[in-house]
Ligand binder design. Structure first.
Ligand code: ACO
Length: 166
């Protein structure tokens, strides 16, 4: 299918209802009010939380967070990535991911990007591991509540190696 080139825009307090709609349509988990507030109350929120627009319509979103891991080093953790079903398989998820990876590569403190994915979500596991060279890490049992299956994998991609002399 033809790739649809999208434009990007930050997720803000004014448009976050669209994120609720996309997440509600894409995930078996319902995220609460605190979750959405936390997304916006963090460093680099406007770069880490992005919508994809196609012909002016919001069709996908990626939300990530910077986490401190050791003196000066950080991880980027992807909380959610979703594209509306009618627009999947047209390169939109890839463009959101490429933009986030570009952010990671530009920020010298970022060592790794990671996420959790439900073990039954074959499309997403393929997307991350085959298309974006993420490594399938540990199985985390009972990670989700009220979702079947409740288990997930941690997927990760190394952005840069730490200083081995540090
Ligand atoms: N149909 C066809 N191919 C697909 C599909 C699909 N539904 N999904 C992924 N692919 C494959 C293709 O092979 C494609 O490879 P190619 O570019 O070489 O052809 C590759 O994955 C990239 O596909 P995109 O079109 O860029 O991905 P898409 O826009 O469909 O987004 C996503 C992928 C975000 C996983 C989407 O399927 C989705 O929203 N799923 C529901 C929500 C979800 O499961 N999100 C991830 C959970 S983990 C987390 O959020 C941290």
């Amino acid at each position: 299918m033809t790739r649809l080139d999208v434009e990007f825009g930050s997720i803000t307090a004014d448009n976050i209802e669209h994120l609720r709609r996309i997440n509600g349509a894409s995930f078996p988990i319902v995220y609460n009010q605190a979750y959405y507030k936390d997304l916006l109350d963090q460093d680099d929120a406007s770069q880490l939380n992005q919508f994809a627009f196609y012909k002016g319509q919001i069709v996908g979103a990626i939300c990530a967070v910077l986490q401190d891991i050791a003196a000066g080093d950080q991880h980027v953790y992807i909380r959610t990535l979703a594209v509306l079903a009618a627009y999947r398989g047209r390169g939109i998820g890839s463009q959101l991911m490429e933009r986030l990876l570009h952010y990671c590569e530009q920020r010298p403190s970022v060592m790794e990007v990671s996420l959790h994915v439900q073990i039954s979500n074959d499309d997403a596991i393929d997307f991350y591991t085959n298309k974006f060279q993420f490594t399938k890490g540990e199985l985390v049992e009972n990670y989700y509540r009220r979702v079947d299956p409740p288990h997930c994998y941690r997927l990760y991609r190394v952005i840069r190696k730490g200083d081995s002399n540090a």
